[in-house]
Ligand binder design. Structure first.
Ligand SMILES: [Zn+2]
Length: 165
């Protein structure tokens, strides 16, 4: 059974709410598309607070290991997720667009029925490397002088051919 944790975001922040637990990767449908295997679980914590200017915010921490697909060799590689995010809560659309102009903060629109798991999933997806790849010594394909997009798409095409058989 997927766990849904719903909070009233502003209430949660003002009352210094705190919640932590585990989420099975299999419950994170959108994240699955980035993973080579969907088993395992992540630990998360979410706390509510006010910042020094008394603005409500949510602090999110997520830890665990996930398996991403190396963009160079298309092999699996373990990625240690250790995410910390501070999300300022905007109380309406106007405030959201005003806060969005400040690139040093991340903000979300506060709702009275905020889905914490979906929020955490968003943060995880945003934190993933754009082009995940093994370290130089771990990859089965050695880096050479021309690591181009063309080369990568050739590997992708080869992998697609292989999976047809
Ligand atoms: Zn690799």
């Amino acid at each position: 059974m997927p766990v849904r944790l719903i909070i009233d975001a502003l209430d949660f922040a003002r009352n210094a709410g705190a919640h932590h637990g585990k989420i099975a990767l299999s419950e994170l449908d959108r994240l699955q598309g980035y993973l080579t295997s969907g088993s395992g679980e992540l630990q998360y914590a979410i706390t509510g607070a006010l910042d020094i200017n008394a603005r409500p915010l949510l602090k999110i921490a997520v830890q665990g290991s996930i398996n991403l697909c190396c963009q160079r060799c298309l092999g699996e590689y373990g990625y240690a997720l250790d995410l910390r995010a501070y999300l300022l809560l905007a109380q309406n659309e106007n405030e959201l667009s005003r806060l969005d102009e400040d690139e040093s903060v991340e903000c979300v629109l506060a709702t009275p029925d905020m889905d914490v798991v979906a929020l955490i999933e968003d943060e995880i997806i945003l934190s993933l490397p754009l082009s995940p790849r093994h370290g130089e010594s771990e990859c089965s394909i050695k880096q050479d002088s021309k690591d181009t997009a063309g080369e990568r798409s050739l590997f992708a095409a080869l992998a697609a051919l292989k999976s047809l058989h």
